[in-house]
Write a protein that binds this ligand. Structure first.
Ligand code: ATP
Ligand code: MG
Length: 484
């Protein structure tokens, strides 16, 4: 269970007369049966002593951490962080400790950590050192601050959003009723200090928010941020939809619908999930009229802009900002079977970009499921996907041949006339039956042979085959998308 690279570091430290343990997130991951993304070690050895034991290591002065290079190819084990037991002195500004102080006891090091589930250590044999009942909290699925919650959040405001991030990440998407909860006093303290989240750098908030959005239960995370009074400081635009009703087509308020759309988004990509959450972000400001007849004209266009503003403010990468906003801009595309032509679908693909079609359909599914409509992918959306595949597919036409009309005229020394088209179709019929024949050499030779036949004879040879092949492809696609 404990990788040999980690065991070997602990062993070397112990042989040199120091204590050493696995600590923090990786112990939590082992106990919750998740694969740790990194392994951290804590030790009684001071940074200079650690460096002596591991010549291939480097020291980060600011964090007092020595990074040992293991030579492993596994990214989780390539470099292992070794940190001397320490407590953090007074916090100056709710962000960074004034100074770190090295201490002699494991327990003191664990007491500075944020949550009980993150404050356990494990030795190389797998024994757990748990001074704050982290194991019990794991069993009961509780996020609880170590020590006095009030003090811990006033020391470092980032811990508030971390609490919600851990709850979202530890949840699994399937077990609806066994949910990680933030312990009562801990939650109370977060609410009390919520405004201090504004002191934290936007990059650190963004990293936590991204982890919440990509977690198995992102919607529960957004709800928890709202309940903890943090959402209003991070994405106030979302709260504008709280309690705002829509119209006769909707049973949920704008805010409820946004969160539910995120919940049902069938796509793991950040931009698709963000688009689900923000697709109706401009509905509050574009709402006209009231009750059943309210309208939200242009909420897609305005929403794309508002989402851009939010994501820029939160310093998401440009690519994510552009893609999210592009999806929102296009989420209202019209599609009714029988009313939209193949040319219309072609225009939609051109506007949206073939590479974004799946994300856009997924957004539409999220939107639909978030409206309380039962069927995820109705016949209408499947039919659209079928038409999209049909208009995007390589056409079964003479254009796919490795020879063209000009080649044939030159080759046979003949002029433009019905024989050219008839020859190309005859060659196409052969290639459709045997794709390997589509080489310039074969087609040139074969064109010379076929030129002996009349236009009528050539047509007779090709028409039936081409028609049958086209029908065959159509049937395969129809069954693939389950449309008749
Ligand atoms: P992951 O790496 O999966 O995001 P993690 O728990 O390992 O989660 P890190 O940010 O890597 O989180 O931090 C490692 C450990 O350091 C935590 O488990 C916790 O014990 C401690 N820690 C991290 N940030 C804080 C903080 N802001 N306040 C107190 N302790 C913290
Ligand atoms: Mg970690």
């Amino acid at each position: 269970m404990i990788p040999k690279e980690v065991k070997s570091i602990i062993k070397k430290l112990e042989e040199a007369g120091f204590e050493a343990y696995i600590v923090g997130g990786c112990v939590r991951d082992v106990l919750t049966k998740k694969i740790p993304i990194d392994w951290d070690i804590t030790t009684s050895a001071k940074p200079e002593q650690i460096q002596k034991i591991f010549p291939r290591s480097f020291y980060n002065n600011r964090f007092g951490t020595v990074t040992a290079v293991t030579g492993s190819k596994n990214p989780a084990l390539k470099e292992i962080q070794i940190t001397t037991y320490r407590t953090e002195g007074k916090y100056l500004d709710k962000r960074w400790p004034e100074k770190v102080e090295f201490v002699g006891r494991l327990e003191d090091d664990l007491s500075r950590r944020d949550f009980t589930i993150n404050a356990m250590a494990m030795d190389a044999k797998g024994n757990i050192f748990d001074f704050f009942n982290g194991q019990k909290d794991i069993e009961n699925k509780i996020i609880r601050a170590v020590g006095d919650a009030d003090q811990r959040f006033s020391e470092d405001a980032l811990r508030m959003i971390r609490a919600i991030r851990f709850a979202s990440q530890l949840n699994s998407s399937d077990k609806e009723n066994s949910t990680w909860q933030i312990e009562k006093e801990t939650l109370k303290a977060i609410k009390k200090h919520s405004a201090a989240i504004g002191l934290i750098s936007v990059e650190r908030i963004r990293d936590e928010l991204e982890k919440i959005i990509l977690s198995p239960r992102p919607s529960a995370g957004i709800e928890a941020l709202k309940e903890a009074n943090l959402l209003r400081h991070i994405i106030p635009e979302l709260e504008l939809g709280v309690g705002v009703s829509q119209n006769r087509h909707h049973i949920y308020t704008i805010y409820e619908h946004s969160v539910l759309s995120l919940k049902f988004c069938p796509n793991e990509k950040l931009e698709a999930r963000l688009a689900s959450l923000f697709h109706d972000i401009a509905k509050p400001e574009t709402k006209r009229g009231a009750g059943e007849d309210a309208t939200f004209y242009n909420h897609d266009i305005v929403g794309a802009k508002v989402a851009k503003k939010i994501l820029r403010r939160l310093k998401f990468p440009n690519e994510i900002i552009e893609k999210t906003s592009h999806l929102i801009r296009n989420h209202m595309f019209f599609y009714n079977i029988g009313e939209v032509t193949e040319a219309g679908v072609r225009r939609l693909i051109k506007r949206v970009g073939a590479e974004n079609l799946k994300d856009l359909i997924d957004l539409r599914i999220a939107d639909r499921l978030g409206s309380g409509v039962p069927k995820a992918k109705p016949y209408k959306l499947r039919h659209l996907e079928y038409l999209m595949a049909k208009v995007s597919r390589h056409p079964l036409s003479v254009a796919m041949l490795k020879i063209n009309g000009n080649d044939i005229m030159r080759l046979l020394d003949i002029k433009q006339g019905p024989i050219i088209g008839a020859l190309l179709n005859a060659l196409l019929a052969e290639v459709l039956e045997e794709p390997k024949l589509n080489t310039k050499k074969y087609l040139e030779n074969r064109a010379k042979e076929l030129a002996e036949l009349s236009v009528e004879k050539l047509k007779e040879k090709s028409e039936k085959v081409i028609k049958e092949k086209k029908e065959e492809v159509e049937l395969v696609e129809k069954s693939r998308f389950r449309v008749q």
